[in-house]
Design a protein around this ligand. Structure first.
Ligand code: GLN
Length: 489
C-alpha cells in the first residue's frame, strides 16, 4: 500500500479496494512502528485524521470526490493548523495552538486530504540538518546515524520511509530541495509568489516559498495543483490563472537545451557526486537533450548575500515572539524588559539567536549600507546571471547538495556554523532570484541518495516537472526504498 503513487491511491480508493479510513489507519500504523527511530513527526493527529478519513469515505460513496480525496498527507510544522499545535520546531511555540489554518492547509483540507500530523523541522526553518529542532534531531531513513537534511527534514524522512505518501515543505534557501536530495525523494520549490505564504510562519519573507515533497514528479505536480494559486491574504502572491502542473508531464524532451554552470562543477565538487550528475546528464542526452556549458559568475556570492538577507528578515519577523501575545513567557518577569529578554532568551535556540543577532546588526543604522544594501545589490547580480543563462538554455542542472547526508553532529558539533552554511551553495541563489528549483533522486554514493537539481525560468514549474518525469520514466532511482522500511506492516 505504501508504494502506491497518488494517482494509484486515488484509483484504488475510487474502486473501493480499500477505504480512506483503512488507508489512514495503515499509515498511522507505520508511523507508530517506525517513527520512534526517525523522529520525523512532532505531532500525530490521529483523531483528526480518522475523522477526515471517514468524511472522505462518505464523499467517495456519494460520488463527490476529487483526485486527492481520502489520501493521507503530512504538513511541515511551520504551517498553521486550526486547533492543532503549530510549533515551528521551537520551544517558543511549544504551547501554541494555531487559531486558523494556513492557506495551504485550507487547500489540502478542501481537496479532501487527510492530515496524519505535523512534521519536524529545524527551529523556525533555520538549518540544513534538522538538528536545531527543539524536538530533537530527525534521522535519515537510509542510515539512522545520518541527518535527513533541513529544514524540512521531517517531511523528507517521512516520505522516504513511506510513513506518508506526501508532505509539504518550505524552502527559504534550499529546505525542500536539500532534504529531498539527502533522503532520495522529489521536491519542488516553485517560483516565489506561486504558493501562498499566509499562515506559513515567516522566516525570511522575500525568500520563503512552500512546495510539495513527494516520491515522484507526477505526485509533485498533482500536489502543486492543490497548493498553488493566487491568495489575496498574501500580498506577494502572484495573480495569474490557475494552471494544471501535470499537463505536460509526457512531453518529449527532444531538443531540450540544458545548461551546466561551470561554477557548479569546479574541482571542489566531490568526484562521486560529480559522476552521479554526469550519468544523469547522459541520460538526458539519450532522451534528446543537448548540453551547453554556461556561467553563473556570481554563484560564489550567493552564500554571503543569503546569510545577510535571511537573518535580516528573520530578525524582523521573529520580533513578534516577545512573550506577550502568544508563545512562551518566562516565569515571574520583573518588568517589561525582563519579560522580553528572558522569554526570548529562554525559548529561542542557539542558531535562531545567532541569526537574530546577525540580522539586527546588518540592519542597524551604521551598517545597513555596508551589509544589507550590498547584499541586495548582489541579489540583483545573481538574478541577472540567471536571466542571461535562460536566454540560451531551457533548464539549468547540477547537484542539489555538495555532499550526501552527513553524520549526526558532524557539522553541528564543531560550533562553526559556516561549515553548515556552505552546504547551501547550490540552492540559495535560486531563492535570491525567486526562480523555481527542484531536486530529484539521481543516484547513490555508498548507499546514500544523491539529488539532481533542476532550475527553471520563472513560472516554468510544469516544464521542470516534465523534465523530472521523463527522467523518472527512464530510471528507477525515485523508486528505491531504504532498507528497514520496505515491508508492508
Ligand atoms: N539551510 C538554509 C538555512 O539554514 C535554508 C533553510 C531554509 O530553506 N529554510 O537558512
Amino acid at each position: 500500500m505504501h508504494n502506491k503513487t497518488l494517482s494509484e491511491l486515488s484509483t484504488a480508493l475510487q474502486n473501493k479496494e480499500f477505504s480512506s479510513e483503512e488507508l489512514t489507519r495503515y499509515f498511522l500504523g507505520r508511523i507508530k512502528q517506525h517513527d520512534q527511530s526517525l523522529n520525523s513527526f512532532i505531532t500525530v493527529t490521529e483523531d483528526l485524521a480518522l475523522a477526515q478519513a471517514q468524511a472522505a469515505d462518505q464523499q467517495i460513496a456519494a460520488g463527490e470526490s476529487g483526485a486527492l480525496t481520502g489520501i493521507p498527507m503530512a504538513q511541515k510544522d511551520i504551517f498553521c493548523t486550526n486547533g492543532v499545535k503549530t510549533s515551528c520546531g521551537s520551544k517558543m511555540l511549544d504551547n501554541f495552538i494555531a487559531p486558523y489554518d494556513a492557506t495551504v492547509v485550507k487547500k489540502t483540507n478542501s481537496a479532501g486530504m487527510v492530515m496524519l500530523g505535523k512534521t519536524n523541522l529545524d527551529e523556525f526553518a533555520m538549518g540544513s540538518t534538522n538538528e536545531t529542532s527543539f524536538y530533537g534531531a530527525v534521522k535519515n531513513p537510509w542510515d539512522l546515524n545520518r541527518v535527513p537534511g533541513g529544514s524540512s527534514g521531517g517531511s523528507a524522512a517521512a516520505v522516504a520511509a513511506r510513513l506518508t505518501p506526501v508532505a509539504t515543505g518550505t524552502d527559504t534557501g534550499g529546505s525542500i530541495r536539500q532534504p529531498a536530495s539527502l533522503c532520495g525523494i522529489t521536491g519542488i520549490k516553485p517560483t516565489y509568489g506561486t504558493v501562498s505564504r499566509f499562515g506559513m510562519i515567516a522566516f525570511a519573507s522575500s525568500l520563503d516559498q512552500g512546495g510539495p515533497m513527494t516520491r515522484t514528479a507526477e505526485d509533485a505536480g498533482i500536489m502543486l495543483n492543490v497548493m498553488a494559486g493566487f491568495d489575496e491574504k498574501d500580498s506577494t502572491s502572484y495573480e495569474k490563472e490557475n494552471e494544471d502542473y501535470t499537463r505536460s508531464l509526457n512531453d518529449s524532451l527532444d531538443g531540450l537545451k540544458i545548461g551546466l554552470p561551470k561554477e557548479y562543477f569546479s574541482s571542489d565538487l566531490n568526484p562521486d557526486i560529480a559522476s552521479v550528475i554526469d550519468a544523469a546528464v547522459k541520460e538526458y542526452e539519450k532522451l534528446g537533450a543537448t548540453i551547453k556549458e554556461i556561467s553563473l559568475p556570481n554563484t560564489g556570492l550567493s552564500i554571503p548575500a543569503y546569510y545577510v538577507i535571511a537573518p535580516a528578515e528573520c530578525s524582523s519577523n521573529l520580533s513578534r515572539m516577545d512573550g506577550v501575545r502568544f508563545g512562551y513567557r518566562c516565569e515571574d518577569p520583573k518588568n517589561l524588559d525582563d519579560l522580553y529578554s528572558r522569554s526570548r532568551g529562554e525559548a529561542f535556540g542557539e542558531e535562531v539567536k545567532r541569526r537574530i543577532m546577525i540580522g539586527a546588526y546588518a540592519l542597524s543604522a551604521g551598517y545597513y549600507d555596508a551589509y544589507y544594501l550590498k547584499a541586495q545589490q548582489i541579489r540583483r547580480l545573481i538574478s541577472e546571471d540567471f536571466k542571461t543563462a535562460f536566454s540560451d538554455v531551457d533548464v539549468i542542472m547540477g547537484p542539489t547538495s555538495p555532499s550526501t547526508a552527513f553524520k549526526l553532529g558532524e557539522l553541528s558539533d564543531d560550533n562553526d556554523p559556516t561549515s553548515m552554511y556552505l552546504e547551501d551553495i547550490y540552492t540559495t541563489s535560486v531563492n535570491l532570484a525567486g526562480l523555481p528549483g527542484m531536486s530529484i533522486p539521481a543516484g547513490q554514493v555508498n548507499g546514500m541518495p544523491v539529488g539532481l537539481q533542476l532550475i527553471g525560468n520563472y513560472f516554468q514549474e510544469a516544464k521542470l516537472l516534465n523534465i523530472a518525469h521523463q527522467f523518472q520514466q527512464a530510471t528507477d532511482w525515485h523508486q528505491q526504498t531504504p532498507a528497514g522500511f520496505k515491508e508492508e506492516h
